[in-house]
Write a protein that binds this ligand. Structure first.
Ligand SMILES: [Zn+2]
Ligand SMILES: [Zn+2]
Length: 224
């Protein structure tokens, strides 16, 4: 409602006019780098996993990342998620779509937002991953499938945990409907990935329980 009444300001630099201005978008530290999105090992092809991570997660084909979780992108994601600036989903979703196309992700049968626990989604009023997935869905013309996977355990926040602690934290947190994704590959969308533990765990459920042949992850930002 407030957006309709007040003039818009850039979520990052507060300039009047747009909810996210062009110069802040230009200030994003755009990835992909030639580092494995899970372990930072050097890789040959951007967005793919290194050989060791591929062996561990053979059905997670890669993770597309728009940029580093720093500077204006961090402010944009923060405003989107915690200040309910949901109108940012359009700009951010467009950026995510462009990165997915650039990475050469093969056509998927479904786009899947990483689910929030229903209590957390009710408290926030929306799931930021769902809003992003809807934008990507419009651009790629692939349907969003929301009810194929659920967050069945309300896990504590991952902030401050190591990679192995995060994996333990989210193990068993997600449940996929058997056969929900048997029609083809899945593009799994979230806002931020730090160690990738959530993406790895969801991808495992989507392939092992849900029946998808492969999963690609796609996130706005990679945290440090
Ligand atoms: Zn700005
Ligand atoms: Zn790796």
């Amino acid at each position: 409602m407030l957006d309709l009444v007040l003039p818009q300001r850039c979520v990052s630099c507060r300039a009047l006019g747009e909810n996210l201005c062009g110069s802040c978008i230009n200030g994003f530290t755009i990835l992909p780098s030639l580092h494995c999105p899970l372990c930072n090992a050097v890789i040959a092809k951007p967005s793919t996993l290194c050989r060791q991570c591929r062996r561990k997660h053979p059905k997670l084909r890669g993770i597309v990342v728009v940029g580093s979780y720093a500077g204006p992108l961090r402010k944009a994601v923060h405003g989107f998620k915690y200040q309910s600036r949901t109108s940012l989903s359009h700009n951010l979703g467009q950026l995510l779509s462009a990165s997915i196309i650039e990475a050469g992700v093969p056509p998927s049968a479904a786009i899947v937002p990483v689910p929030l626990h229903r209590k957390r989604e009710a408290a926030r009023g929306f799931n930021q991953a769902t809003l992003l997935a809807q934008e990507v869905s419009e651009t790629l013309r692939v349907p969003v499938l929301k009810d194929g996977i659920a967050r069945v355990v309300d896990t504590p926040p991952q902030v401050g945990l190591s990679r192995s602690q995060r994996l333990r934290n989210v193990a068993g947190a997600f449940s996929a409907r058997p056969g929900a994704y048997c029609r083809g590959g899945v593009l799994l969308v979230d806002d931020v990935a730090t160690t990738g533990a959530t993406l790895v765990t969801c991808a495992r459920q989507i392939t092992q329980e849900g029946g998808a042949p492969w999963v690609w992850g796609a996130v706005l930002a990679r945290g440090g």
